[in-house]
Ligand binder design. Sequence first.
Ligand SMILES: *[C@@H]1O[C@H](CO)[C@@H](O)[C@H](O)[C@H]1NC(C)=O
Length: 224
Amino acid sequence: MMEKLFLFTALMISTCCAVTQDLSGKVFVFPKETNTDHVKLLTTRSTFYNVTVCLRFLTDLNRDYSLFSMSTPTVENAFLIYGEPANHVFHVNSGSGPTFHAVPFPQNTWHSLCSTWGHGSGVAQIWLNGKPYVKKFVTNQPISGKPISILGQEQDSYGGRFDTAQSFVGMISDVHMWDQVLTPTEIKSYMNHKHVTPGNVFNWRSLQYEITGQVLVDDAPDDM
Ligand SMILES: *[C@@H]1O[C@H](CO)[C@@H](O)[C@H](O)[C@H]1NC(C)=O
């Protein structure tokens, strides 16, 4: 009886403990399609005028999915990276944001992705596997207010309203976020797995995060 009660309690508590870890050589594995399971990335920072987010990912999904979802109390897609592999399309800030067409990202291949945005020009850019794509206007408004940043789900409200059909299933690694637009040289370094100054908002080598549901921390595969 006690054992059953314990198991039940353990299953109910699916969000556990913020941790700070060096995740070098590791990946987050999102093993199932849900509208719940995710990783929340934690930072004390709250206003951004310039942004670069880089990450690597592997998936066999052919439907749409969110790769990085940051919302603020006033803007649900404050910084969103969203892929539509079937259409070879990336969105940065889905909804009002621009669409980047003809960006190929086939399934079952590791991809290195960076997205930049700066409030001065208001322009965002996607980089994929060493190649820069066009620059498109998003907004001149800085990102302000306490952000909620999520891997694995797309926020349709501040910290919630996830949609199974936009969830991520696969692996994500080497997530960094900077409050600057990195130079092309720095982005290429990241994409070539060379040294780059770690993110000062999110740093994979000292990542503060919280897992909800089933997301595993696993060794990175050799071919990443
Ligand atoms: C944002 O980037 C622009 C262009 O590089 C720079 O002039 C500006 O100082 C940056 N703003 C902040 C707050 O870092």
